[in-house]
Ligand binder design. Structure first.
Ligand code: DAH
Length: 347
């Protein structure tokens, strides 16, 4: 058969194949068969050398045209198949199907309480303050009237990095740092992580505190009490009561621990005839330590000795447990999604 005849058969042959090809794979098989490097067209081209020099360009031209037309056939069929596929997908699309829910995150209860308490103090005119978690002895202890041999250091279970560098054991060093940076009057609220060498059912090596400090003119223990009562009622409800028990902290004098009426049994000490497990029947739960800033702290900060002010520090996990009725501290750190998603929505 002469080469021209063979060439002219290629196009109808391809058209027949393409008419029944339905997938990209089938198209590719045909392309290899007809236009591939070892395909039918290539085979014909390789035999051009057997022609006379006059015939060769003529047949060559025909071969090129056949090649172009074959390529066009491929393109047309491919476009047709793509259009069909799209129509098929559209036919399967059901606009009446309900949309897929997307995962809405929730804020961790420690974050929720921290934000709630900070917001309360911001409304009272306080500013947010912060300090480093890797702290120096001077701010964690000395400037807070806890010199090197002070027995209060034993209470802190400190994690030391070197003799003078440590992980802060409380947020109180932010008091010392704030007083060095600012002159009175000032009112700051300082949330943050604190660390202690302590780990059991009711203690974790890292937990959260919020520190408050207010220094100004003629500030009294009555101001402290009123401020804390306001906060307690905002967090736990309008009927909440507060009481101070005398206590000791090196950086306050006088010092107190503040209790609130138990949020679970409303201060009754019992619930449905049984002793309340949260307050153990006392009707009160401890929520924080506080007091009037000790003159030794003013002295370390270079403040006048007749400055007046109060400070307090509270544990965030403890407040969250009381407010949300959480009975196991470990839940805060396991991050079980079933626990976390019970709290406020992230907006
Ligand atoms: N820093 C104390 C602690 O971690 C808590 C505390 C008590 C902070 C009394 C205060 C305060 O500011 O006045 O145990």
């Amino acid at each position: 058969m002469d080469l021209i005849e063979e060439l002219e058969k290629l196009e109808p042959g391809l058209a027949t194949g393409l008419a029944v090809a339905e997938t990209d794979e089938e198209l590719e098989t045909l392309r290899i068969e007809f236009l591939g490097r070892k395909g039918r067209l290539a085979n014909i081209m390789s035999r051009l050398v057997s022609l006379s020099p006059e015939e060769r360009p003529k047949v060559g031209q025909i071969a090129n045209r056949v090649k172009e037309r074959c390529q066009k056939l491929f393109a047309t069929r491919k476009a047709e198949l793509d259009a069909l596929k799209e129509r098929d997908e559209l036919a399967r699309f059901d606009p009446s199907m309900p949309g897929r829910d997307f995962w809405e995150g929730t804020l961790h209860p420690v974050t929720l309480i921290t934000e709630e308490i900070c917001d309360i103090f911001i409304r009272l005119g306080y500013n947010i303050a912060s300090g480093p978690e890797v702290e120096i002895d001077r701010f964690n202890f000395e400037a807070l009237n806890i010199p090197p041999d002070h027995p209060a250091r034993d209470m802190h279970d400190t994690l030391y990095i070197s003799d003078t560098v440590l992980l802060r054991t409380h947020t109180s060093p932010v008091q010392a740092r704030t007083m060095l940076a600012k002159q009175p009057p000032l009112a700051v609220i300082a949330p943050g992580k604190v660390y202690r060498r302590d780990s059991d059912l009711t203690h974790t090596p890292m937990f959260h505190q919020i520190e408050g400090l207010r220094v100004g003119a003629n500030i009294t223990m009555g101001d402290l009490r009123g401020t804390l009562l306001y906060m307690a009622r905002e967090v736990f409800g309008r009927k909440t009561k507060i009481r101070f028990r005398p206590s000791y902290f090196p950086f306050t004098e006088p010092s107190a621990e503040a209790d609130i009426s138990c949020a679970v049994c409303q201060g009754a000490g019992e619930l449905g005839g049984e002793t309340c497990r949260v307050c153990k029947g006392t009707g009160w739960v401890e929520i924080l330590g506080c007091g009037m800033v000790d003159p030794a702290v003013y002295e370390a900060a270079g403040y006048p000795p007749d400055s007046t002010g109060f400070a307090f520090g509270l544990g965030v996990e403890r407040i969250a447990m009381l407010k949300y009725g959480i009975n196991d501290l470990r839940l805060f750190f396991e991050n079980d999604i079933r626990f976390l998603k019970q709290f406020g929505r992230l907006i």
